[in-house]
Design a protein around this ligand. Structure first.
Ligand code: PGD
Length: 779
């Protein structure tokens, strides 16, 4: 089949795609100065055998009916028709809603799905559940910034303003003298942005800044977290100890009287309490450079020298998302801001604090004057929610109390979970525990493009189209280009768009009009576009009509250059532009947080020793960070991702000093293990990682050799087998997926074959029996 070039967009870049004799050819958007190699993950994806071709139902669920079942994750599936699937799924939703109410349905459905704004799967799930059964148990915050999104509103008033709308790259390239980056600025992270990213400009700006003389210092266990273009310095730090380092730096500034007392008095509250803590006024423990050195592994002289380098310069402090995906992850986020304040930098051109700069392609960009609207989600009548990473706790401990942002709440009792556009067996921690948690459900319904581990745990699997098989509009508030995502290929097998699936289900439930409002998918695109067009007209921004936009394939929107405005305005006039914090100032001490009385997040930033400490059994840190070869787990079977694996396995990195005593050499298959399980990976020996640390990126599809084992072995290299499923603190309850502790050994014998991309067993016989309603419907 041959199809002429069509415009399209992904979270990792805009492109045009064409089919030549069934071969997919991708050409990056001509305006992108540094296109992402992730585009190559599309070339073999459309007709890959791991795609899901028809609706499926898990045999155990069909035979025994809804209910807890340990066979999830290892059962076979039965292919069913769409009418059967719609009947089963709608029937089960009705049963649960009638017996237990919508508060027994979990519809958080966390996940990035695809770039199109209309077919955004999570919004579709929410709208469907709101308009059909009146609501669902939702989740709040994200796996990306679980801790930061709760702490930042308390201390600076607004997360968006300090992150997405923070100081721009343009300003940094022009003004910053020193960029001190905790967690680095790796381009593998800024190559993606939810909704789309048409211009990858980070490399260029870093290059431009370095040429002008900006000094870059990256504090990280991994040298590769700072792009070569920065020509910067790598300060290797023990994982999870940045808070201690920053306290040590603050102590030096205070003792040398280099802290900007005028700034601290006028624009901040609580500096006196921080100084008392640094000096150990209450507990006798002085948090000086020597104290910090013992914890973070950077020697005291270097910490003092770093403070000297910072003093008197235009300094930009950045703290990566990764740092707060760890025990007490709130603390480095808070301390990064305190350090910038102590240096008197917030609000100066190219100075201050950029939370998560470089962690995603959104940050450091300008904002569109008008954005493309989201699909309206309707009203959720259920009050219960969980912090997103507490999913397993909720399912394992219904009714139990938990702390969140100063409140004591209780986990709801959930019977049915509906997931579209996410992969919990990629994004969650301690996967054996997650499996136990999902096994408690009556029913798990999943819409997926391909047989991910999440789909393999589902009771009803509904095959979804992938982005290239449908129409949508791609765009983000930080991307000046809006793209018509034109359909390139027919859906795989019987796959349907999430919207089509939900429309059919809503019809079955007698709520079609409420869900669809009488619109086809194309009519929704036109409707949403018209809403944007009206807003543009109000602001005298010329935009073409929908048909012209669709034909042109793209549109350029005007942008506001107002990055960093929150702190710039505060600095200009704190009375006129107070921060949206209780004091109107930067809260170095927060009375609100102090009054929560949670020992694991007191009223000012502190160093708290994590419960995970290296010991004889697990002497090495494992960093489970974002992958370079794909977005999360998406298209792990794609060409580019597969090409970076070795023997089909994910590659981990370790230092020669750790490899030699274990007899490990480059290219070996290794087993990385701890009390929660083990994973196999291929090893690369590298001096770009500090000794005592192993790095294994996330995103290799979970491929357990023994799915039922309490400590499973993943043949493919998914590090979330090993990570710990606890909250960052009682304040935010963010995920702690970034760091854990492990041992590593050479794999003895012939390693088992990776089977992650083979579909599960599909049964050829429909066995209808037991006591279930669904089976009767199929009979
Ligand atoms: P993705 O792989 O993007 O991961 O977690 P997330 O669940 O978002 O999953 C998206 C899924 O949606 C894919 O399986 C894809 O096939 C499917 N999909 C794509 N398009 C569609 C569609 O149109 N319809 C449907 N129905 N499905 C679709 C990411 C999460 O992981 C995030 S954001 C972060 S930041 C966390 N990072 C870490 C980490 O650093 N370390 C650890 N250990 N763990 C993490 N987990 C988190």
């Amino acid at each position: 089949m041959t199809v002429k070039p069509r415009t399209h967009s992904a979270h990792w870049g805009a492109f045009s795609a064409e089919l030549q004799d069934d071969k997919l050819l991708i050409t990056p958007f001509a305006g992108d100065p540094d296109p992402s190699p992730l585009l190559n993950n599309f070339v073999n994806a459309l007709r890959h055998p791991v795609r899901i071709a028809t609706p499926m139902v898990r045999r155990g669920w069909l035979e025994n009916g809804p209910g807890p079942d340990d066979r999830r994750g290892m059962d076979e599936y039965i292919a069913i028709s769409w009418p059967q699937a719609i009947e089963l799924a709608a029937g089960e939703l009705s049963r649960v809603a009638a017996e237990f109410g919508p508060q027994a349905v979990f519809g958080g459905s966390y996940g990035w799905s695809s770039a199109g704004r209309f077919h955004h799967a999570q919004s579709q799930v929410h709208r469907f559940l709101n308009t059909t059964i009146g609501g669902y148990v939702r989740s709040v915050n994200s796996y990306s910034s679980g801790a930061a999104s709760v702490i930042l509103p308390h201390i600076v008033g607004d997360m968006n303003e300090i992150a997405r709308r923070g100081v721009s790259w343009e300003e940094i390239a022009e003004h910053s003298q020193l960029v001190l980056s905790f967690g680095g600025l790796a381009l593998k992270n800024s190559q993606v942005a939810s909704g789309g990213l048409s211009e990858h400009t980070e490399r260029g700006f870093i290059q431009q800044a370095a040429r002008r003389g900006t000094q870059f210092i990256s504090v990280s266990p991994l040298q590769t977290d700072l792009p070569q273009e920065a020509q910067g310095e790598w300060l290797a730090i023990r994982p999870g100890t940045d808070a201690a380092l920053i306290l040590g730096l603050l102590h030096v500034l205070v003792s040398k009287q280099w802290s900007d007392e005028a700034f601290l008095a006028r624009y901040c509250v609580g500096w006196d309490k921080m100084v008392a803590y640094l000096q150990g006024k209450e507990d006798g423990l002085v948090r000086d450079a020597a104290w910090a050195a013992d914890i973070c592994g950077i020697d005291a002289a270097r910490i003092s020298a770093l403070a000297t380098e910072l003093y008197g310069k235009r300094v930009m402090i950045t703290v990566a998302h990764a740092l707060q995906r760890a025990e007490h992850g709130e603390q480095p986020v808070w301390l990064g801001l305190v350090l910038a304040a102590a240096l008197g930098q917030p609000g100066l051109p190219g100075g201050g604090y950029g939370y998560a700069l470089g962690a995603l392609g959104h940050y450091g960009k300008h904002h569109n004057q008008v954005s493309f609207p989201a699909l309206p989600q309707g009203k959720n009548g259920v009050e219960a929610f969980i912090p997103v990473a507490r999913i397993a706790d909720m399912l394992l401990h219904p009714g139990e109390a938990f702390r969140y942002n100063g409140q004591t709440r209780h986990y709801p009792t959930v019977k049915l979970a509906w997931w579209a556009g996410g992969n919990p067996f990629h994004h969650h921690q301690h996967l054996a525990r997650l499996r136990q948690a999902f096994n408690r459900l009556d029913t798990l319904i999943v819409h997926e493009v391909a047989w991910t581990a999440t789909a393999r745990h589902a009771d009803i699997v509904l095959p979804a189209t992938m982005t290239l098989e449908r129409e949508d509009v791609g765009g983000a508030p930080t991307d000046r280009h809006l793209f018509a995502m034109q359909q390139l290929a027919e859906p795989y097998g019987q796959a349907r768009d999430d919207y089509a699936i939900f429309s059919e289900l809503a019809k079955k439930l007698g709520r079609e009009q409420a869900f669809t409002e009488g619109r086809t998918a194309r009519q929704w695109l036109e409707h949403l576009y018209q809403q944007m067009q009206e807003k543009c007209q109000q602001q005298q921004i010329p935009v073409p009509d929908f048909d012209t936009f669709w034909q042109q394939g793209q549109l350029t929107l005007p942008q506001l250059k107002d990055g960093g405005r929150l702190l710039r305005q505060l600095r200009r006039d704190p009375e006129r532009y107070p921060l949206p914090t209780p004091s109107g100032k930067i809260e170095i001490f927060s009375q609100t947080i102090a009054d929560f009385n949670d020992a694991d997040c007191p009223g000012h930033a502190v160093w708290l020793t994590p419960q995970q400490q290296p010991d004889a059994k697990h002497p090495l840190y494992l960093i489970a960070n974002q992958p370079a070869s794909r977005l999360h787990s998406q298209l792990d079977y794609g060409q580019h991702s597969v090409n970076q694996k070795r023997d089909g396995r994910e590659v981990c990195r370790m230092h020669p000093q750790d490899a030699a005593p274990r007899g490990i050499v480059d290219g070996d298959t290794v087993k990385i293990s701890n009390a929660r399980g083990a994973v196999l990976a291929s090893v690369e020996i590298s001096e770009q990682i500090m000794a005592g640390v192993i790095q294994l990126p996330t995103g290799a599809w979970y491929d357990p050799q023994d799915p039922q084992a309490a400590q499973p072995l993943c043949r493919h290299g998914n590090p979330n087998v090993l990570t710990l499923d606890i909250g960052t603190s009682s304040l935010a309850q963010g995920c702690c997926g970034q760091i854990t502790l492990v041992e590593i050994a050479r794999y003895q014998g012939t390693p088992p074959q990776v089977r992650a991309f083979e579909p599960p067993t599909i049964g050829d016989r429909l066995v209808v029996g037991g006591n279930r309603k669904g089976g009767e419907a199929l009979g």
